[in-house]
Design a protein around this ligand. Sequence first.
Ligand SMILES: Nc1ncnc2c1ncn2[C@@H]1O[C@H](COP(=O)(O)OP(=O)(O)OP(=O)(O)O)[C@@H](O)[C@H]1O
Length: 206
Amino acid sequence: MSPRADFLRPLVLSGPSGVGKSTLLQRLFSEFPDKFGFSVSHTTRNPRAGEVDGKHYHFVPAQRFKDLIQEGAFIEHAEFSGNHYGTSFETVRQVHEQGRRCILDIEAQGVRQIKNTKLNPVYLFISPPSLVALRSRLQGRGTETEASVQKRLATALAEVAYAQEPGAHDLVIVNDDLDRAYEVFKRVAQGEEIESERLPAFDDVA
Ligand SMILES: Nc1ncnc2c1ncn2[C@@H]1O[C@H](COP(=O)(O)OP(=O)(O)OP(=O)(O)O)[C@@H](O)[C@H]1O
């Protein structure tokens, strides 16, 4: 069977920190070990426990990151919560070369930058069901200090505001129930054209 047309386009996954992007990706990669490739970003942040250099991120010093910007190595790059993140042309090329669909995990500033390139991806926004749920996931993950949770929630508001702009993303999936959200995510990843879900109102206070 030939792949669906959308399967040939990269998939840009975005959504606020703590919404469950990594969780969804881990499930997808374990169910389909050969079909998808993650575009491993470069970052200046420190690795979290269990994170592997070259697999989760390319961890680089700030100076190396600056050099890469100068060399024009990045499709997009941005600062987030005091650290720099970037996606290199080279990592996306490597995934395509392996015949896999490339999935990029990008925040809103990066999404804007990618729109000025020829990448032509499908833009998928993973939304929390509410801001209160997002806060409790960030706290429950146990990786952030309270100050960092606050910072991520403030950034989440900007992500959500961007997602509310018409045409910001092609599709929205609300990660309310993980099993349900994963089933929809899996269909999108495989290139199926689905109807977008509606963004929640976000009128709660986190
Ligand atoms: N549908 C869900 N219901 C409840 N908890 C969830 C759900 N999806 C994910 N989680 C939990 O929320 C926490 C944050 O998830 P995850 O680390 O995948 O977020 P992320 O979007 O990748 O964040 P970051 O951008 O900071 O890496 C994790 O502890 C995860 O187990």
